[in-house]
Design a protein around this ligand. Structure first.
Ligand code: ZN
Length: 378
């Protein structure tokens, strides 16, 4: 093919457009003022929402005891992801600045009242040994509990591997520190939800009225122990023990036995009233198709709970031509990832009720914590 001046110019222009779009895939341009944000929100959604799925990350900077595997530290996802937040992996105050960024964007989002900030436990072997080298990152329960004690906007989401020899003691301990739920990523952590140690853990969770937030479906962002651990049908074990279960990402990736994990999960809702699913990560590059399908499944909308999976970046570019151009532009232009995720979900027809449902699902636990506050202050 002969390169003409016209083709070169066209090529150059396309490179600039693609570059800008690529940049936009990760980081937006500008946020609305708080006044503009609140004007565009329905009154019922002004500062009322709970996001049940927000990650706390760090490198241990400032003595937080957070830790990240070298493979993850060096990965393009983490470097690009932090760049997206205006942060850098080697900065000496990373952990504190990450928390600052989270809080500032929460406030700027307009619709959020609180988020559940999540700890992340180490991987443990089947015989109960800690496996640091197989762990992508570690965020201690104590650090997240401290952040939640300092900031009313953060609720404490604990993480405890059920194969730890001290799993039940740790569960009692985080319960005393005010944890509202426990988060697992079985594909990464390598726990079999039907294991006898998990059964004991479920019974104790139910006693504390704490929910279990579990990643289901395949996992593509981190090193995995096995995708079979993310089979949504395995959730029957905690459901049988009476635990309130929130299936993360609506099992939006992967298939098993000829059906998608999403289909397996959808089938379970009628049988299990204590089963819910969060909408976290649905605006990502890999999962956006499921978001469009959700609005068609009217029967599961009452079980959906809002989650973002912050800091993972919503990929608004992929919605071009799929939602009204005005809605697309409003989401595309925004830097605030909470706001962008929210605008895309609104445009895809998810009902406003999902934003406050997290409070309904966690209500028994939140009530017992509220009742405890006078003693804690005394
Ligand atoms: Zn997540």
């Amino acid at each position: 093919m002969k390169l003409t001046r016209r083709k070169l110019l066209l090529g150059g222009a396309s490179a600039i457009v693609l570059g800008a779009a690529g940049y936009k895939l990760l980081r937006g341009f500008a946020d609305e003022s708080p006044e503009e944000v609140s004007q565009t929100l329905p009154p019922a959604l002004r500062g009322t929402a709970l996001d049940v799925h927000v990650h706390i990350l760090g490198t241990g900077a400032g003595g937080t005891s957070c830790w990240m595997h070298d493979d993850m530290r060096d990965s393009i996802q983490v470097r690009a992801g932090l760049w997206n937040l205006g942060l850098h992996i080697d900065q000496p105050d990373l952990d504190a600045r990450y928390a600052d960024y989270l809080l500032s964007r929460m406030h700027g989002a307009g619709f959020l009242k609180q988020v559940v900030a999540l700890a992340m436990d180490y991987v443990y072997s089947a015989s109960g040994e800690r496996q640091v080298d197989r762990t992508p990152f570690f965020t201690p329960n104590d650090y997240v509990a401290r952040l939640a004690a300092q900031h009313r906007e953060l609720l404490f989401g604990a993480s405890i591997h059920p194969y730890r020899p001290d799993a039940l003691e740790e569960l009692d301990r985080v319960a005393a520190l005010g944890a509202v739920l426990v988060k697992w990523i079985p594909n990464v952590h390598g726990m079999d939800l039907g294991d006898v140690r998990c059964r004991a853990f479920y019974r104790r969770l139910a006693q504390h009225q704490m929910a279990l937030l579990v990643h289901v479906g395949d996992e593509q962002a981190m090193a995995i122990a096995g995708q079979e651990f993310g089979d949504p049908r395995r959730l029957v074990a905690p459901l049988e023990e009476g635990v309130t279960v929130i299936a993360a990402h609506v099992a939006s990736l992967g298939s098993r036995d000829g059906r998608t994990n999403f289909e397996h999960l959808v089938e379970m809702f009628p049988r299990w009233p204590n089963l819910f699913a969060d909408t976290s990560a649905l605006t990502l590059l890999t999962r956006w198709r499921v978001l469009q399908r959700l609005a068609e499944h009217a029967e599961i909308l009452p079980r959906l709970v809002h989650g973002s999976d912050f800091p993972l970046p919503p990929a608004s570019s992929f919605y071009f031509g799929r939602i009204a151009i005005r809605d697309w532009w409003r989401a595309w232009i925004r830097e605030n990832p909470f706001r962008r995720d929210f605008l895309l979900k609104q445009a895809c027809g998810l009902p406003a009720s999902i934003y406050v449902r997290g409070y309904e699902v966690l209500a028994p636990r939140l009530r017992s914590l509220a009742a405890r506050i006078p003693t804690a202050l005394a």
